[in-house]
Design a protein around this ligand. Structure first.
Ligand code: SF4
Ligand code: SF4
Length: 404
């Protein structure tokens, strides 16, 4: 018989490091208007933010709490944004790292639910996992779809015509025609700067990020292992991603196993910052705009990439970057992470997006810029739903405008 609570047992040290102080629910400062986006839009009971979730994890681990469908829902109501970990006072004195890994704890609870009580896990998540098994695409579209965005471009296949630079588009952009321009513009910018990327097209695998976030740890591990082999086979030196989730998975999750990814992994903002710094791109003033940059959780808190996107925006003539008080490591989650766009028909994710958008409306900014398709889609939906005058762009759009 399979071991029970296997994943929770692996994070027990983290669970017992929580002092149940409640800071992750109640902390408010000038830079931290609120910590937990879920708590902010729900009645605020403990189980909606980190402390309550960790108490539940402890109860499950000790057998004092029985798993149930209601608990499964609670466990999936978390964007895995990590702000609770940033604001938590329980810090390892030697490393400065948080002692309580809320993300790891929530992912472990999800993993145990999927292993032991899959019938209680939202069918949307189970559908995503079976679509991944069938198509290697969580959005359930056949492989051929993944190269449609590049139809009119000259981008070679990385296994047939190897290049030093591999563009990893990601399933979300490659499966959504509304997001194709993001990939097309990225290629046009790179080619203009003298970078000739290759792609994997229909052979581009799913990075495994969303599967890991929703608790399918074993499935994600297998995908990552296979992907490392394929990506190493391309012989590229650098992998450029357009999605913060793919970047975080390729950089951080892929380094956890025995197999190692050889190429360097960069999110496109990191490469754009270098290309602008070394004069490979010559941006011109096209429009003046006051903008706010939204740090995607995966790119900021999880990867520490804060300066590169700001360097890019500051290098674009006519663009005035305004900082909100909750910025960088204190960024307020857009609401789309951790699989929340699939949960409760995406309504909670949208509400969190609307709430996060409010802090931009309080500035003079006309636009909110992000660097992740999940943030972009969620903020766009939130902006529409609240009739907000704030336009939403990806940073690639602004660079493209400035160099073409
Ligand atoms: S996670 Fe950190 S901030 Fe939250 S209750 Fe535990 S110790 Fe306190
Ligand atoms: S990871 Fe984010 S959404 Fe989840 S409990 Fe922590 S602050 Fe709340």
């Amino acid at each position: 018989m399979a071991e029970k609570k296997k994943a929770l047992k692996q994070v027990s040290r983290s669970i017992y490091s929580c002092r149940t102080c409640g800071q992750c629910g109640s902390k408010v400062t000038d830079e931290v208007p609120y910590v937990c986006p879920v708590r902010e839009i729900t009645p605020g009971f403990d189980h909606f933010y980190a402390r309550g979730k960790i108490v539940i994890a402890r109860g499950l681990l000790e057998g004092l709490v029985e798993p149930s469908r209601e608990l499964a829902e609670v466990v999936y109501t978390c964007t895995l944004c990590g702000n609770c970990m940033t604001q938590c006072g329980a810090i390892d004195r030697d490393t400065g790292e948080p002692l309580v890994d809320t993300i790891g704890i929530v992912e472990a609870m999800r993993s145990d639910f999927l292993d032991e009580h899959p019938e209680w896990v939202d069918p949307e998540y189970r559908g995503l996992l079976s679509a991944t098994g069938q198509y290697d695409n969580p959005w359930g579209l056949p492989r051929s779809v993944k190269q449609k965005w590049a139809k009119k471009l000259n981008v070679p296949h990385a296994l047939e015509h190897p290049s030093e630079t591999l563009l990893f588009v990601g399933c979300t952009i490659a499966s959504n025609p509304a997001l194709y321009p993001r990939a097309v513009r990225a290629v046009e910018i790179l080619q203009k700067a003298g970078v000739a990327p290759a792609m994997l097209g229909k052979d581009e695998p799913c990075c495994g990020s969303v599967q890991k976030r929703i608790g399918a740890a074993g499935q994600a591990r297998e995908m990552m292992k296979k992907n490392i082999q394929l990506l190493n086979e391309t012989g590229c030196k650098t992998i450029i991603t357009l999605c913060a989730g793919c970047a975080n998975a390729l950089k951080n999750d892929y380094s956890l196993g025995a197999e190692k990814l050889q190429p360097e992994v960069l999110h496109i903002v990191e490469l754009l910052a270098r290309l602008l710094k070394y004069g490979k791109l010559q941006p011109a003033e096209k429009k003046t705009k006051k903008v706010v940059y939204h740090d995607p959780c995966h790119l900021g808190r999880h990867m520490g990439v804060y300066d590169a996107p700001r360097d890019v925006l500051n290098a674009l003539p006519g663009i005035e970057l305004i900082e909100r008080s909750a910025t960088r490591q204190n960024t307020i989650c857009c609401g789309a992470g951790g699989g929340m766009r699939l949960f409760a028909s995406g309504n909670l994710a949208q509400e969190m997006g609307q709430r996060a958008l409010e802090s931009t409306s309080q500035t003079e900014a006309e636009a909110l810029i992000s660097a992740c398709p999940f943030c972009e889609m969620n903020f766009e939906a939130a902006s529409k739903a609240s009739n907000s005058p704030i336009a939403v762009y990806d940073i690639i759009d602004l660079v493209h405008d400035a160099v073409f």
